[in-house]
Design a protein around this ligand. Structure first.
Ligand code: EZ4
Ligand code: CO
Length: 402
């Protein structure tokens, strides 16, 4: 079997997605997600201009060899653009291998390690009262784990808090919007929110919180300590992810578990944090960390060091990425949680998929391959529209320095 075509499809059914579709001479096709929020066209060009010409004529069965060829062959290793492009190729080749074998991809990864993939949803609101309503809604839907984000009194807009529920889009403007940040206001408010949520929903519901890399290490240590009475499952991205030393300092001060990694793109970004047991959950996912092949390598390293997976799953991870992530989640021994933000109806129409939610779990499709596709005619109705994540400023106007 040979690869005869590889199409890069850019579409915007409510938000931008980049998808690679690989076509073989025997008619078998595979899809991979290549979406990099706010930098979509850079990955589309990397694929179209520098990767697709290298794929034509290759044997699609050689997944590991193709990964090494693209990673080592470029000379310029790592980085989100490169690794998202490699991820798309890798994911599409796993899809093809599953279809050729007649098996869902999780079977090729060793088979099922659990009955379903436990997911968490996003409960967010401007006020604590709004948040309680949203948490109740997720509880009613059967969710076992819920991420809680609340507006901060005195700040006009808080990242991760939106009027839209079940899904919302943080990349909200054709030129970046601006948000204001105050560590003092934030640290004073967050523990009061979790006190109310625990009070209302009891001690066993799994609760999470995302700091979005906004704190210094000692501030994050203080937040972790102030949240200890509410027994969070994790405190996410407490400090900027690129400085492992910051996590060491957090660890010295608090037993609140720590999750990080949605911005990581290789095992090298995570290795020290995992080896030194400075984190509890590693949040890398298929599209930004080199595909199923490389993500599995990261999670295997994590398993050696008692670190669980907690893959990123916001709206910018397309249904193609979500489908692929679920196969990995189902198969690995050290699965923790999977983030799940639902997509818009338009997105679901462009990406027909067989995974489904039931009673707090996601279940991948049982069809051969990944169980997801792209409807190229539907995709063509939604042309690319520039959209960026917001920029964060301190109250005195400084761009938040980390
Ligand atoms: O900021 O997906 O955990 N989820 C998050 C998301 C990310 C966006 C970035 O593209 O932090 O809201
Ligand atoms: Co996050």
């Amino acid at each position: 079997m040979r690869i005869v075509d590889a199409r890069v499809i850019v579409t915007c059914p409510g938000r931008n997605f980049v998808t690679l579709k690989i076509v073989t001479d025997e008619g078998v096709t595979g899809v991979g997600d290549a979406t990099l929020n706010g930098r979509e066209l850079a990955v589309a060009s990397y694929l179209r201009d520098h990767v697709v010409p290298l794929l034509i004529g290759r044997d699609p069965a050689r997944i590991e060899d193709t990964w090494q060829y693209l990673y080592q062959g470029a000379y310029w290793r790592r980085g989100p653009v490169t690794m998202s492009a490699i991820a798309a190729v890798d994911t599409a080749l796993w899809d093809i291998k599953g279809k050729v074998a007649g098996l869902p991809v999780y079977q090729l990864l060793g088979g099922r390690s659990r009955d379903g993939v436990t997911v968490y949803g996003h409960a967010n609101g401007e006020t604590v009262e709004d948040v309680l309503v949203e948490v109740a809604r997720y509880v009613d839907l059967g969710y076992r784990a819920i991420r809680v984000q609340c507006g901060v009194p005195g700040l006009p807009k808080t990242y991760g808090v939106s009027a839209d529920k079940l899904f919302y889009e943080p990349a909200d403007a054709a030129l970046p919007s601006e948000a204001t940040w105050s560590t003092a206001r934030y640290l004073a408010h967050v523990p009061t929110v979790f006190a109310r949520v625990r009070d209302e929903f009891g001690p066993t519901l799994r609760l999470l919180h995302d700091v979005h890399h906004r704190l210094s290490p000692i501030e994050a240590a203080r937040l972790g300590r102030s949240l200890e009475p509410y027994a969070l499952t994790w405190m996410e991205d407490p400090v900027p992810a690129e400085l492992p030393e910051g996590f060491r300092l957090i660890r010295q001060h608090t037993t609140t578990p720590v999750a990080v990694g949605e911005v990581f793109n290789t095992i090298w970004d995570a290795a020290q944090l995992i080896r030194e047991q400075l984190i509890d959950y590693i949040r890398t996912t298929v599209v930004h960390a080199g595909g199923i092949t490389h993500l599995r390598r990261i999670f295997d390293l994590a398993a050696l060091h008692h670190v669980r997976s907690g893959s990123h799953g916001a709206t910018d991870l397309s249904p193609v990425c979500m489908a692929a992530a679920l196969h990995v989640d189902l198969a690995i021994p050290n699965f923790g949680l999977q983030e799940y933000m639902r997509h818009t109806d338009a997105t679901d129409e462009v990406f027909p998929h067989g995974y489904h939610y039931a009673d707090g779990y996601l279940h991948p499709a049982e069809t051969p391959g990944l169980g997801v596709d792209i409807d190229e005619q539907a995709a063509a109705r939604y042309p690319y529209a520039p959209a960026y994540l917001p920029v964060n400023r301190l109250e005195d106007g400084t761009v938040h320095p980390w």
